[in-house]
Design a protein around this ligand. Structure first.
Ligand SMILES: Cc1cc2nc3c(=O)[nH]c(=O)nc-3n(C[C@H](O)[C@H](O)[C@H](O)COP(=O)(O)OP(=O)(O)OC[C@H]3O[C@@H](n4cnc5c(N)ncnc54)[C@H](O)[C@@H]3O)c2cc1C
Length: 463
């Protein structure tokens, strides 16, 4: 792949119907950028595919010329691995077809979570949305995907019933139960094996959804964090609680409890009764919602923006961990979010991630307005993580650019994925945002292959 300059990228225009943008084109500067503007990426060409045939044509071109292809619907999870590659935008593959009787949806690979939620909510159904309505269902599910409703229904990927894919050689293929190994890999094994053009997902009944945010001044942080922890210890799987420390520039620091509950308001309020012992909140947006409006709870930015994040899983949330979280100001970080996991996520699972025994995840986020601020954000992330009971692995969708699938998946899953990669894409044409180590590195990984299913690494079964 060293002779990239001689590759006739302009001839992609002869074989695809979607727009092809090359570095010499005026629009290139705009279209090459990922959603996360903190990540620089310099692809060789950008193709906005309109259907599976376009994707197949791109992959045949790429195989012929030995150039990598990276699918990137929007780039929330961009890592810079698109450098030199053909950047395949799937946003125009956006059809949604809901079968309310079967409780399934067939969606194009570019469909965003909020759009699927809207289509499902029209039938009192829900998919498994995360916090942001503008990430794609396919991109998140390929990385496992942590949803508001994962405690009740598992990984987003567990809801994937079938997928239409294009292999590195341009072959179009449907993957379902009749191809269990590849279906297993697509349910959370990352984006290294194939380009997905559509997925079929299971929907869940959601006749009633409760949710919202309670907000206090950071001076109440310790009390709020203790109440949060107490509520998570007895929460039913239908109740999901996140704790969020917030410090926006020019605004006094605050702390929030974000909630969703799959069920009736009176039951949700009963489970959350301990918050009534806290000082009166600055605001309380809790109430019944449409499953289409879940993206409003955390109100994360939907327009492209710059962010430096770091995600980790926590073995517990003891007093020392609470001290570390609330005793010091979080700045220069903007948000520190604790997500309660457990429930269905902790059950035995054959998914690539395996069960998540860790009861909490932490996500540390800052906006790197300058190189200096970026350095101080990284230092703050390191400092806080050093004082938290992190277990060292994390979901794929929480990985950062310096990490690989080996930081998320157990050895046995890495080995299975590597065998598939070698069989389906021996020349390494398809490049996901996180790489798959080679067989030798996987086998030398200092990682207990059984740790995902046991408490041997010190993770309590459940608090
Ligand atoms: C504000 C914000 C909120 C988030 N909230 C959550 C959350 O609640 N839960 C959670 O789990 N994650 C969350 N994430 C992470 C997010 O799920 C990942 O970034 C994920 O990659 C999806 O983002 P995307 O659709 O922009 O995909 P992109 O970043 O564009 O793509 C990421 C990777 O997915 C793979 N991929 C995507 N589409 C295809 C395809 N069609 N075929 C093959 N491979 C493909 C490729 O490897 C690609 O590099 C959040 C991220 C942000 C920035």
């Amino acid at each position: 792949m060293s002779s990239l300059p001689q590759i006739p990228f302009a001839s992609l225009r002869d074989v695809v119907r979607g727009r092809v943008v090359l570095p010499a084109d005026a629009e290139f500067e705009d279209v090459r950028r990922p959603w996360n503007l903190a990540i620089e990426q310099s692809p060789s060409a950008v193709v906005e595919a309109v259907d599976a045939d376009d994707v197949a044509a791109v992959l045949r071109f790429a195989s012929t010329h030995a150039v990598p292809v990276t699918a990137q619907p929007s780039g929330h999870g961009a890592t810079g691995r698109a450098d030199g590659a053909i950047l395949l935008r799937t946003g125009n593959i956006d059809s949604i077809s809901v079968d309310p009787d079967a409780r399934t949806a067939r969606i194009g690979a570019g469909v965003r979570s909020g759009d699927l939620q809207r289509a499902a909510a029209a039938h009192s159904l829900t998919a498994l949305p995360g916090s942001s309505p503008v990430v794609t269902v396919t991109g998140a599910a390929l990385g496992g995907g942590l949803s508001w409703f994962s405690r009740r229904f598992g990984w987003m990927a567990d809801s994937v019933l079938a997928a239409d894919i294009v292999l590195a050689d341009g072959t179009i293929r449907r993957v379902d139960d009749s191809d269990p190994e590849l279906l297993w890999a697509l349910r959370g094994g990352g984006g290294e094996l194939a380009i997905v053009t559509s997925v079929e997902v299971r929907l869940r009944p959601a006749p009633a959804v409760f949710g919202g945010r309670l907000l206090w001044a950071a001076t109440d942080s310790r009390a709020v964090a203790e109440v949060y922890r107490a509520m998570t210890r007895s929460a039913p799987d239908e109740l999901t609680l996140w704790l969020e420390l917030l410090h926006f520039p020019g605004v006094e620091p605050m702390i929030a409890i974000d909630v969703t509950y799959l069920g009736l308001e009176e039951n949700a309020r009963e489970w959350m009764r301990p918050v009534e012992s806290l000082p009166v909140p600055l605001s309380d947006t809790r109430g019944m919602l449409s499953a289409a409006d879940l993206g409003g709870i955390t109100a994360e930015p939907t327009a492209p923006s710059a962010g430096l994040s770091r995600g980790e899983l926590l073995a517990h949330l003891d007093d020392t961990a609470l001290d570390a979280l609330v005793n010091e100001p979080i700045a220069p970080l903007m948000t520190v979010q604790i997500r309660h996991l457990g429930g269905a996520l902790s059950q035995p699972s054959d998914s690539p991630h395996g069960p998540l025994r860790e009861p909490y995840a932490v996500y540390l986020f800052g906006v790197p307005a300058s190189a200096e601020i970026a350095a101080s954000i990284r230092a703050a992330q390191e400092r806080l993580i050093a004082s938290l009971p992190v277990t060292g692995r994390k979901p794929i969708t929480f990985l950062t650019r310096s990490e690989s699938l080996a930081d998320a998946l157990p050895v046995t899953s890495l080995q299975r994925l590597r065998r598939l990669k070698d069989a389906l894409d021996p020349d390494g044409i398809i490049r996901g945002n996180f790489g798959l180590p080679d067989a030798e590195r996987i086998s030398s990984k200092n990682f207990d292959a059984d740790m995902m299913g046991t408490s041997a690494n010190g993770i309590p079964d459940m608090e």
